[in-house]
Structure formats: structure tokens, C-alpha cells
Design a protein around this ligand. Structure first.
Ligand code: SF4
Ligand code: SF4
Length: 154
């Protein structure tokens, strides 16, 4: 359930400076000796920070998640479970039809699953394959135009 790093028997925070009491998985926080050996006053400060972070979630009646999440085309999925193994946030899981399904609330939009899926069944919203193909085509078109203009000027 937890997606977290370990180092020398202790849990790692998601980011030393930016998310010091967060796990990589959203909504789970850490503090105390599970994180690292430290003095009691530092443990207490860290516990207060973790409680404050948890309050930002518990105080809401409705949680908004990022729109930049991946989703699986159930018709294309071949149930290889590559995405389940590849996701660092444990967002994909097997559904009742034995296909992969991504929990949007856990998805961080990193795109790893979309790049690993052998059946191209996963698309990351706002970064879909067709969008990238259109961008590459435009780039090549502009390169060609620039090169032709440069050749004429010679
Ligand atoms: S990697 Fe692609 S084909 Fe494999 S289980 Fe995930 S969505 Fe399905
Ligand atoms: S986009 Fe990243 S976080 Fe979301 S399901 Fe795929 S691998 Fe996991």
C-alpha cells in the first residue's frame, strides 16, 4: 500500500526539502524514529508537522485530484501487469475483468506506465501519443522550412 523508500532500515521522505514529512504516496505522512534516529524535541516537531499536513486533507469534505492522470483503454489492455510493476505510486491494480485499472487519486501523472505499456493501452491525459506525434510533425515541418529557406539564401 505504501510507496516509500527505505534507507538503512528507516523510511524515506518524498523530498528532503519540499516534502519532509510526506511519503511518495499522497496522503500518507511520517514522523519519529521510523524516519531516523533523533532527539525527542525534534520528534515532537516532526509529529506536529505530520499532523498539520494530515489536517490539510482531513479538513476538506471533497478532495480534488490532478487532471493529469493516466487511464487504461480496457479493450487494448493485454493484462501483462507491466504497469502494476512499473508504477512507483502503486496506482494501477487488477480489476474484476483481470485488466489494469488506474486509481486516479493515487496517480501522480509521471507517465512511466504509459511509456512501458507494450500494448499502448495507457494514455496520460494532456500528454497523449497523438499530441506528441502532432508536436513532432510540426517540429520537423518547421525544421524543413527553415532548412529550405537557408538553402535558397545561399
Ligand atoms: S502495461 Fe498495458 S497491457 Fe499491460 S496490464 Fe498495464 S495497461 Fe494492460
Ligand atoms: S502515470 Fe505514473 S503514477 Fe500514474 S499510474 Fe502511471 S506510473 Fe503510476
Amino acid at each position: 500500500m505504501l510507496s516509500c523508500g527505505y534507507w538503512d532500515g528507516f523510511f524515506n521522505e518524498a523530498h528532503l526539502k519540499l516534502r519532509p514529512v510526506d511519503f511518495a504516496t499522497e496522503g500518507i505522512f511520517l514522523c519519529g524514529l521510523a524516519h531516523s534516529p533523533k532527539m525527542a524535541d525534534e520528534n515532537i516537531s516532526q509529529a506536529k508537522a505530520a499532523a498539520a499536513r494530515a489536517t490539510t486533507i482531513l479538513s476538506k469534505t471533497l478532495l480534488e485530484v490532478s487532471a493529469q492522470v493516466s487511464s487504461v483503454d480496457q479493450d487494448k489492455c493485454i493484462s501483462c501487469m507491466t504497469c502494476v510493476r512499473a508504477c512507483p505510486y502503486n496506482a494501477p491494480a487488477v480489476n474484476a475483468n483481470r485488466k489494469a485499472e488506474i486509481n486516479a487519486a493515487k496517480c501522480m501523472g509521471c507517465g512511466i506506465c504509459a511509456s512501458e505499456c507494450p500494448a499502448e493501452a495507457i494514455q496520460l491525459r494532456h500528454f497523449e501519443s497523438e499530441q506528441f506525434k502532432a508536436m513532432i510533425d510540426k517540429l520537423l515541418e518547421e525544421y524543413k522550412t527553415t532548412k529550405e529557406t537557408a538553402d535558397v539564401a545561399k
